[in-house]
Write a protein that binds this ligand. Structure first.
Ligand code: SER
Length: 316
């Protein structure tokens, strides 16, 4: 019997992950939770309100619902984290500690925790960044995710808790618009193009960042979840990405479909964050250990995004 708790299930990745897990393991095997109240999920999957900064609430939910595994997706991302660093610390660091501690106490089988390219900093090699390297981030998001990576190792080594994760790059998706990260321009730009609006980009045109399309992000999480434990050399330190591009490059791809589309560049505080992150990642550990193999290249991503956003935005 499998019963998976998804925290942060109303976020950009959580929303789609919950559907993917339900399709794979059955609706009754997934319990979604978030600090916010659901709208679109109502009636589809069982929902419970959960603030991950409250350890007792986590413990009660695990016990009451017989939770066997956790996908801990709740987090405050890089841009929001800089607006409210104290909240980012509580949710990301205290929240992750609470999840690990309650999971350990209850004997949960597996805890999945996504990490991020936000763990890197200005002293990290920027090209083909390896998994094991300098981690000196300058954002509160990055600091709390380094903390999460180290906590995961601690719980694995000290308590034999099976904790797994990967470092996501920017995730491109159309279902739940992200609003809190530095990489989110790569989603916003599509919304503008499809709606016939000009786009003002908050990064400089030549700022390269690693990225990946949502279906590949979801398959990666599930693949890692199902992987044989003895093959895994890392805990959360698996770099994954499908491609890297600059705002100018993605603009060029979108203009092939929308030749009238215009972009201007007005860098803000997020430019400074992006400059401390890798331009590209070395994902060979993920490929070798658990078969990471993204299917969408940039062209295919752009086509699929535009096709789906047209359905949502234009034909509604
Ligand atoms: N998408 C995240 C952010 O921009 C990075 O993992 O904050």
């Amino acid at each position: 019997m499998t019963k998976i708790l998804v925290t942060g299930a109303l976020g950009q990745i959580g929303t789609e992950l919950a559907g993917e897990l339900a399709a794979r393991y059955g609706k009754s095997s997934v319990l979604i939770s978030d600090v916010r109240k659901p709208q679109s999920f109502a009636g589809e999957l069982e929902f419970v309100g959960l603030d991950v900064t409250n350890p007792d609430a986590i413990g009660s939910i695990i016990a009451e619902h017989g939770i066997t595994d956790i996908f801990h997706m709740a987090a405050i991302l890089s841009a929001s984290g800089e607006k409210n660093p104290a909240l980012a610390y509580r949710v990301n660091s205290d929240g992750t500690f609470n999840i690990l501690e309650e999971a350990r106490k209850a004997g949960v089988r597996k805890v999945m925790i996504p990490s991020t390219i936000g763990v890197f900093g200005a002293e990290t090699p920027r090209i083909n960044t390896p998994d094991i390297t300098v981690l000196r981030p300058t954002t509160m998001y990055g600091i709390t995710k380094v903390n999460a990576e180290l906590l995961a190792l601690y719980y694995r080594d000290r308590y034999a808790l099976d904790v797994r994760g990967l470092r996501f790059p920017g995730i491109i998706s159309y279902l739940t618009p992200p609003s809190a990260g530095t990489t989110d321009y790569a989603v916003d730009i599509f919304y503008h193009a499809v709606q016939g609006k000009d786009y003002q980009c908050y990064l400089k045109k030549d700022t390269a960042l690693p990225m990946m399309y949502m279906p590949d992000a979801l398959h990666s999480l599930v693949k890692l979840f199902e992987a044989k434990g003895d093959k895994l050399r890392h805990c959360l330190e698996y770099n994954v990405s499908a491609y890297s591009f600059t705002p100018e490059e993605i603009y060029g791809e979108i203009r092939e479909v929308y030749p009238e589309f215009r972009i201007t560049y007005e860098p803000d505080f997020r430019q400074k964050i992006a400059e401390t992150w890798p331009a590209s990642l070395d994902s060979h550990f993920a490929r070798e250990d658990w078969g990471f193999a993204p299917e969408y290249d940039l062209k295919h991503t752009v086509q699929d995004m535009i096709q789906n956003l047209r359905k949502i935005l234009v034909h509604q």
